[in-house]
Design a protein around this ligand. Structure first.
Ligand code: ADP
Ligand code: MG
Length: 312
């Protein structure tokens, strides 16, 4: 066995895969720069570590199944003035992941919910967290098979620090699917963050799950620690079509950030942005309706709300 082959074999057996390709160059550089043993050792350790981190990032990207590389830098906040850019940028800082806080993105089609969810997930992945993206339709399909003891599938939704459930609202759930979704949300409650995107108002979740009580209990867990981003704006897809530039909103509208916030316990705050504050009055009727329904359906939420807003 030649000298370099013996070295390669050693590196492989020690699982120092990055050094197999990089060691010859690093040795050459060390000779030319007359590096001390200590400096050379530091260089090879750094090279191996950087290689491992790169491979781990690629692995996290692959297992996340993100459908798009939507980034915050590519998001035009001026197109959606109802979004608090500051709130989104604070979320991108990642502290919500440590506190297992959820992020709820509400709004009509095309306003950037999936883009923002993917952008937050990308930042999380790049800072070392694991994320998993799925649509509600795929999720309930997968969870349905978990009756067959597919523990690996369940782990894929439970273990990542961040789970993104996209498109809540397009799939009406069977009782079994509704129960599986509830169980998953319960299992992740206070353990791992969920980003949810939905075109539905909270009051319509009972219909989606086919069970008002289950929906209220699920919302109770989702909203207990949550940041809510309500996007009341135009579809970015339709931005060049003036005639189709009508926003499709559910009956009663979406809760504004300010009104929705009354449903949840405070999370380390960003200041409420002016545009959402000004739209609070116009939707206060629907927000109150939303609160009344939730109060009726959910005693724990009722207690939370009564401590926050005794006047209600
Ligand atoms: P939604 O999930 O709300 O239906 P998407 O996030 O899928 O909307 O957005 C539709 C398309 O428009 C995507 O290609 C997305 O990248 C783009 N898009 C949406 N809003 C913006 C925005 N404010 N700035 C830049 N691109 C946007
Ligand atoms: Mg979407």
């Amino acid at each position: 066995m030649t000298k370099s082959l013996a070295m390669e074999d050693l590196l492989r057996r020690l699982r120092l895969g990055q050094l197999v390709s990089e060691l010859p160059d690093l040795l050459e550089a060390a000779r030319l720069q007359k590096l001390s043993y200590e400096a050379f050792l530091a260089n090879i350790l750094k090279a191996e570590l950087a290689g491992r981190e790169d491979r781990a990032l690629v692995r996290r990207m692959r297992t996340s199944r993100l459908p798009m590389q939507g980034r915050l830098e590519n998001f035009d906040f001026s197109f959606q003035p109802s979004i608090s850019e500051r709130q989104v940028r604070e979320l991108a800082g990642g502290s919500y992941l440590k506190s297992a806080t959820n992020v709820i993105l509400l709004g009509p089609p095309g306003v950037g919910k999936t883009h923002l969810a993917c952008a937050l997930a990308l930042t999380a992945i790049e800072t070392g967290h694991r994320a998993r993206f799925t649509t509600l339709r795929t999720l309930v399909g997968d969870l349905g098979q978990i009756g067959n003891r597919d523990a690996k599938t369940l782990r894929a939704y439970l273990e990542p620090e961040l789970l993104i459930i996209d498109e809540i609202g397009y799939t009406k759930l069977s009782p079994d699917h509704a129960r599986s979704l509830f169980d998953l949300v319960t299992a992740r409650y206070e353990r791992g963050s969920i980003i949810v995107t939905s075109n539905l108002n909270f009051t319509d979740w009972g219909e989606l799950l086919g069970d008002d009580v289950l929906a209220a209990a699920m919302l109770d867990r989702l909203l207990h620690h949550a940041e809510i981003i309500t996007i009341n704006g135009r579809s970015y897809r339709m931005r060049h079509h003036s005639q189709t530039d009508q926003t499709i909103t559910p009956k009663g509208g979406y809760p504004t950030r300010a009104s929705a916030r009354r449903l949840v316990r405070p999370y380390p705050q960003s200041a409420t942005n002016q545009s959402t504050r000004s739209s609070t009055a116009s939707s206060s009727k629907s927000s109150k309706y939303c609160i009344v329904v939730l109060i009726r359906e959910c005693p724990r939420l009722c207690r939370i709300i009564s401590t926050l807003t005794p006047a209600l």
